[in-house]
Design a binder for this molecule. Structure first.
Ligand code: NZQ
Ligand code: ZN
Length: 382
């Protein structure tokens, strides 16, 4: 096992009817900005619950945060925060609202030039406003990590940042808020969480970080068992609870302790979203089977372990069968797995490969996924 240090300060408040508890978590006397997206929270009652809980506070609202949140939108919120003298942010929504809020919290306090530098150049976040959240879409793990992904619409760039100062102070996880998710987002959420685990588990190593491996397999088994049930019965509380908690665990830092991490699927996927607007999870469902296929020798032990532990596959052709099982699971969750399913082909591959070549990144846990390997990965996913 590699050396590691670990801290996760997020207070989790889990369960039905817990939204009212935010009143005890936000410091008394705070001027609060509630951030949210396109209005799903007004249809499913979450907005009303949040507003009720904020009764004792002066609060303002900022809505219209789009999926794959835009830098341009975030900067409008920063202006509002400065105008109103806001000192606490409450994010209510999916990963996009949470990520945008993290960036807004950091950008408001940024004094070293354009806050875009946090994303483009990894400029250090030295201060951020405190924030908490009510997460309504289990997928990203944003509710229990310090990362965010922001898109600059003007230049079609989608970039990630993280800082020890952008952990939420608290996150409310009420599984009943997820009952209203559209079918497409149920599938997306399960696929995203599945791939988060793969980025931290499906690497060259095997056997020297046993606890993390068991934990990773536990998360993935939960997603595989409960995901299809959520599609059939969207209001099964136990199913929704299991999916919500598994998604949080998929990216809260614990299974990354002491292990190599890949993240090539995500980095390639972000470029596909930036150029062509596919949902985050759709890009992952396309790319992961390609990464597994092209890197199958490097990752052979872990692919076999995944096949055995999660899908019950052993014996001849176990690696190929496991890659197929992953692809079929994504399809079962309603997420298509080929570029052509989304109307993309060779031109799209060129664009993504050229962009990643410009960035000069060598992806993957061994830094051996260069542009020509990315082309190979995408070409077999046509
Ligand atoms: O905007 P509203 O009206 O709220 O509707 C949203 C949105 O249209 C809707 N929705 C959310 N909760 C709902 C609901 N509709 C009905 N009922 C509910 N309970 O779902 C749509 C998608 O929401 P979004 O927040 O975009 O989805 P998700 O949570 O999948 O977030 C995706 C973003 O997170 C980033 C992705 O790149 C993408 O930008 N990621 C963030 C990560 C992190 N912070 O650690 C890691 C991930 O790998 C990922 O990159
Ligand atoms: Zn993801």
């Amino acid at each position: 096992m590699e050396n590691f240090s670990m801290v996760n300060p997020v207070k989790i408040i889990f369960g039905k009817d817990t939204i009212a508890q935010i009143a005890n978590e936000i410091p008394q006397g705070s001027k609060v900005l509630m951030t949210y997206g396109g209005g799903s929270i007004k249809k499913n009652g979450v907005y009303d619950q949040a507003v009720n809980a904020l009764k004792g506070f002066e609060f303002h609202e900022f809505s219209g945060i789009e999926p794959n949140p835009h830098y341009e939108t975030c900067m409008k919120a920063v202006a509002l925060i400065k105008e109103k003298g806001i000192d606490f942010i409450l994010a209510v929504g999916g990963g996009s609202v949470l990520d945008a809020t993290k960036f807004i919290a950091a950008a408001t306090c940024f004094q070293d030039g354009d806050p875009w530098l946090i994303l483009a150049k990894g400029a250090k976040v030295k201060k951020a406003l405190p924030f908490g959240d009510i997460i309504t879409l289990p997928a990203t793990g944003s509710e229990m990590n310090s990362g965010g992904v922001i898109t600059r619409a003007e230049t079609q760039e989608k970039l990630a940042f993280s800082s020890p100062l952008t952990f939420p102070k608290f996150s409310v996880l009420d599984p009943t808020t997820t009952y209203s998710m559209p079918v497409r987002q149920i599938g997306n959420g399960v696929v995203d969480a599945f791939v988060h685990v793969m980025e931290q588990y499906l690497t060259y190593n095997e056997g020297d970080s046993l606890l993390q491996d068991y934990m990773a397999e536990g998360i993935v088994k939960t997603l595989v068992a409960e995901g299809p049930k959520a599609l059939k019965d969207p209001t099964d509380y136990d199913v929704r609870s299991n999916l919500m908690w598994a998604s949080t665990w998929a990216l809260n830092g614990w299974i990354a302790c002491g292990v190599p991490e890949d993240w090539a699927t995500h980095m390639i996927g972000h470029e596909i979203t930036a150029f062509f607007g596919l949902d985050h999870a759709q890009t992952l469902a396309i790319v992961l089977p390609g990464v597994m296929t092209v890197l199958k020798e490097q990752k052979s032990k872990k692919i076999q372990r995944l096949g055995k532990e999660v899908f019950g596959i052993e014996g001849a052709d176990a690696i190929a069968k496991t890659i197929k099982a992953v692809e079929l699971f994504f399809e079962e969750m309603g997420v298509k797995t080929h570029l052509s399913d989304y109307g993309l082909g060779d031109e799209a591959i060129d664009k993504v490969v050229n962009r990643l070549a410009e960035r000069g990144w060598k992806l993957g846990e061994c830094h051996n996924i260069a542009p020509e390997v990315i082309r190979e990965i995408l070409t077999i996913r046509k």
